[in-house]
Structures are given as structure tokens and as C-alpha cells.
Design a protein around this ligand. Structure first.
Ligand code: B4P
Length: 187
């Protein structure tokens, strides 16, 4: 089973993705974590990503598409995975659809975490004081929200046509949201 967790920055994709992956025994693929590790290790991908990441912009598809393909074709993602943080652009969605279709698979569910903007900003600002993530600055947060609206939100309509998008109210507690997701997925 392939499940995509979609939502604005700060909507709780990472938090709910982890709970879901553990419950279903599936790997979680998180492009944000992969890019943060690459930047920390100073790899070529990390060096290319950093200038975009720190400003809250998307890392260009030219850098991210190979990374996504590599992750999806790893043996542990053969039977399913939780996708956290990608696809984020039309080109990434096309690659995911094509890679899965080549193996006779497809995205089964898309969970759209719906959180109002005030709460998103509150969460990212709170994390900023705890973790000091380089893209949790006020300026980068603003850019991330704009980029989400412009580049990623259109994917809702793209997948909506297939009837696999479930809107999940994401403003409650972590446990309430996890319960709602369990109800939607049916396990
Ligand atoms: P990500 O790491 O994916 O970050 P994000 O979308 O901004 O989400 P974030 O981690 O903030 O939030 P989450 O929803 O988990 O991407 C960072 C950057 O990497 C991008 O800007 C881009 O530069 C690059 N990138 C990543 N993937 C890319 C791709 N595919 N293509 C191009 N570039 C890419 O929210 C979690 C926060 O909310 C946490 O602090 C958590 O504790 C809190 N929270 C969660 N649930 C909560 C709840 N119910 N109540 C209160 N707080 C809650």
C-alpha cells in the first residue's frame, strides 16, 4: 500500500507519517529528512540543496527527481511505503505515478492534512525555538507557505480526479488525528 501524506509546512506530515508507518509496518520516505542528512554530510546533493532549503524554496526537480526514483526503487519499498514531503511538484507527481505504474502499482490513499495558517505559523515558530531548523525563520516560513500554495496545492486537484484524496482535519491533538487516519484507511 502506498500512502501519500500531503499538507502545508507544519501540518504534521512527519508526525502522522511516523505513527502510520509504524502501525502498518511500512517504510516512511521523507525527502526533507534525506535532504537535511545530505546537507549535514556535505554531499553534492546537500550542497546543491542548501541555498534553496535555507530560503524556504523547493530544491529544484533536477536535484530531487533522481533522489525520489532511488528511494522508490529500493527493495524495502517494493510492497508499499508512506510518502512524506513528496511529490511536491507536477514533475515529481508524474515521476511517482510512472515509477509505481511500471510495477503495476499506484498511490492508494492521499491524506490531506488541513490546518489553518495561523496554527501552521505557530507550530513552525515553536519548533524554531526548540530545534533551530534553518528554514523555520519568519522569512523562510512565509516563503514555504507561498510555495506550498503555488506548487504543491495543485496536486490536490490532480489526485482528486482519481477519488483517492481524504481531507483530514489536522488542527486537533496528535492522537485525535491519528485516530481519524486509522478510520479512513480502515486499519
Ligand atoms: P520538509 O522537511 O518536508 O518540511 P515541511 O513541508 O516544511 O514540513 P515540516 O517538517 O515543517 O512539517 P510537518 O508537517 O512535519 O521540507 C523542508 C524543505 O526541504 C522544503 O522547504 C524544501 O526546501 C525541501 N524539500 C523537501 N522535500 C522536497 C521535495 N520533494 N522537492 C523539493 N524540495 C523539497 O510539521 C511538524 C511540526 O508540527 C512539528 O514541529 C510537530 O511537532 C508539530 N505538530 C505536528 N502535529 C501536531 C499537532 N497535532 N499539534 C501541534 N503540533 C503538531
Amino acid at each position: 500500500m502506498f500512502i501519500l501524506i500531503l499538507g502545508a509546512p507544519g501540518s504534521g506530515k512527519g508526525t502522522q507519517g511516523k505513527i502510520l508507518a509504524e502501525r502498518l509496518g511500512l517504510p516512511k520516505i521523507t525527502t526533507g529528512d534525506i535532504l537535511r542528512a545530505a546537507m549535514k554530510d556535505g554531499t553534492p546533493v546537500g550542497r546543491q540543496a542548501k541555498e534553496f532549503y535555507d530560503k524556504g524554496q523547493l530544491v529544484p526537480d533536477a536535484v530531487v527527481l533522481d533522489l525520489i526514483k532511488g528511494e522508490l526503487t529500493k527493495p524495502d519499498a517494493n510492497d508499499g511505503a508512506i510518502l512524506d514531503g513528496f511529490p511536491r511538484t507536477a514533475a515529481q507527481a508524474e515521476l511517482v505515478d510512472k515509477t509505481l505504474a511500471e510495477r503495476g502499482q499506484r498511490l492508494n490513499h492521499i491524506l490531506l492534512l488541513d490546518v489553518d495558517e495561523e496554527e501552521l505559523v505557530r507550530r513552525m515558530s515553536a519548533r524554531s525555538s526548540q530545534e533551530g531548523r534553518s528554514d523555520d525563520t519568519p522569512e523562510a516560513i512565509k516563503t514555504r507557505l507561498n510555495v506550498y500554495r503555488r506548487d504543491t496545492a495543485p496536486l490536490i486537484a490532480h489526485y482528486g480526479q482519481r477519488g483517492i484524496v481524504h481531507r483530514v482535519p489536522g488542527g486537533g491533538t496528535v492522537e485525535q488525528i491519528a485516530e481519524e487516519i486509522k478510520r479512513i484507511i480502515g486499519r
